[in-house]
Write a protein that binds this ligand. Structure first.
Ligand code: 2HG
Ligand code: ZN
Length: 469
């Protein structure tokens, strides 16, 4: 298409209105700002318009129009992403799923339920609970994140050690590919070895191959009497030893960690009580199903062994639902609490056994280069996934701070590469990590990914510039 053929914004908006109705296309400043970015808040949003389809047919018509007029599409769910995957900063059309939030076709025998892309995670969790079942992928943003976005980013969260990532709960997907085809992938089947599993390609593709419009989600039984320990530990070898000891005898539903600095900030911000009086450099949060007195006695015995071995210096076990919730808040409130310091975020992983050396190497590098920067460590240590947040000092402006962090990032990613890890464990690549993709994926892999994109999105209209250029 030559420059003279480029459609005017007015024409794009008029054609979109013909598909979804006038009131479902918006281009006022407020909506362009709210729906043109995610939680990263690094880029300035500048979409052309935000469109709110209500049906699969409307979504398909939008993608077909985008192919015809060659405008770019950015899919938008709950916009809770942390890598800029849902940022529209270049005149794109944002497709929001806010009006596609219907849950249907629950089947108690298959334990599956069909969700439109805009179903909020918590809505699905509540739906499952009302039917005596459980949707286990959980994280602090469950009240705003949408299922379509969770699938597009293969969201992880705080129970991955037991239940896996979003990928493990998608039994079927309805998608519109970048070239406008509507595909029904896997259709809820448990066993289906008839060729390539295209469903898996769309999970974690960050909207670069097409739009997810509906998903058949798997549910499971509800866990019983969840109980948590918060244990104070002196070092990472202690954490690994206690992880090993508990895992050998119990199925944990979570194994998380956070530092004393993280704890102090949450206690001050959220007014949750400290778990116990003494302070320790790090804390581990373990959760398990306390099915009966015998399991409780076994858990207590394990705790005592860990204290005797010197791996744990203090600890507390929840005795009620309220205490369980308060212990979880110590971990779950960290991300929101530290957002007031404009943190530079990294979401990195390695295999679990390498975590202590990995963390030490990253910490020495950052503190050697920037001794004044405060580092907040927390994360899903049972998954080998660490969240490294560097807080902006008050007296440093945002641009200088991010520029300095970007320099140290290269060193961090060299360590990630050396440890065979990932530059994005669970937050995706989006805009923020694309320059570093080659630290955890080979050139051949990236070239193949580009070819896959071309198959599903030959005109390059689907979320361009995300994952790679
Ligand atoms: O804010 C972060 O760095 C992590 C957010 C989230 O993945 C969490 O585990 O709390
Ligand atoms: Zn996380």
């Amino acid at each position: 298409m030559s420059a003279s053929q480029i459609p005017s914004s007015a024409n794009v908006i008029k054609d979109l209105q013909a598909i979804v109705g006038e009131d479902k296309v918006r281009s006022d400043a407020e909506i362009l700002l709210s729906h043109g970015r995610d939680w990263t808040k690094v880029h300035t949003p500048a979409p052309l318009a935000v469109v709110f389809p209500r049906t699969a047919a409307e979504v398909q018509a939008i993608v077909q129009l985008a192919n015809k007029l060659e405008f770019a599409i950015v899919p938008s769910g709950g916009r809770t992403g942390l890598s800029g995957g849902a940022v529209a900063a270049n005149g794109e059309v944002v497709v929001s799923f806010d009006y596609m939030s219907h849950i249907s076709d629950f089947d108690p025998i298959d334990r599956t339920v069909v969700c439109q892309a805009g179903v909020i995670t918590e809505q699905l969790q509540d739906f499952a609970e009302e039917r005596g079942l459980f949707y286990p992928v959980d994280f602090a943003s469950a009240g705003s994140s949408q299922i379509g976005g969770n699938i597009a980013t293969n969201a992880g969260g705080i129970k991955v050690i037991r239940y896996g990532m979003t990928r493990d709960w998608v039994a079927g997907l309805k998608v519109v590919t970048g070239n406008g085809d509507l595909l029904e992938l896997n259709r809820g089947l448990l066993k289906n070895n008839a060729g390539y599993d295209l469903r898996q390609l769309f999970i974690g593709a960050e909207g670069t191959l097409g739009l997810i419009i509906e998903a058949t989600m798997q549910l499971t039984r509800q866990p019983k009497n969840l109980t948590a320990f918060v244990l104070g530990v002196e070092d990472f070898n202690g954490i690994m030893n206690l992880f090993n000891r508990f895992q050998a005898e119990m199925d944990l539903t979570a194994f998380e960690f956070f530092s004393e600095q993280a704890l102090q900030k949450v206690v001050a911000h959220s007014k949750v009580p400290r778990p116990f009086e003494s302070t320790c450099p790090y804390y581990a949060l373990l959760e398990f199903e306390c099915l009966n007195d015998e399991v409780e006695a076994q858990a207590m015995a394990l705790f005592e062994t860990c204290v005797e071995e010197g791996w744990v210096s203090d600890g507390v076990m929840s005795q009620s639902l309220e205490q369980l919730k308060n212990l979880w808040r110590l971990r779950e409130d960290i991300s929101e609490t530290i957002s007031q310091w404009t943190p530079y975020k990294n979401d990195i992983s390695t295999i679990i056994s390498r975590v202590p050396n990995f963390l030490e190497a990253v910490e020495s590098l950052v503190t050697a280069q920037y001794p004044d920067f405060e580092i907040i460590w927390f994360g899903h240590i049972g998954d080998g996934n660490l969240h490294l947040n560097i807080l902006k000092p008050d007296d440093l402006d945002k641009e200088t701070f991010f520029a300095q962090c970007a320099k140290v990032s290269v060193g961090v990613f060299e360590i990630v590469e050396k440890f065979g890890g990932s530059v994005s464990a669970e937050h995706g690549v989006g805009l923020l990590k694309k320059d570093y993709l080659s630290y955890s994926r080979s050139e051949t892999e990236i070239a193949l990914m580009r070819q896959v994109k071309h198959v599903f999105d030959p005109k390059g209209i689907m979320n361009p510039g995300k994952i790679f250029d």
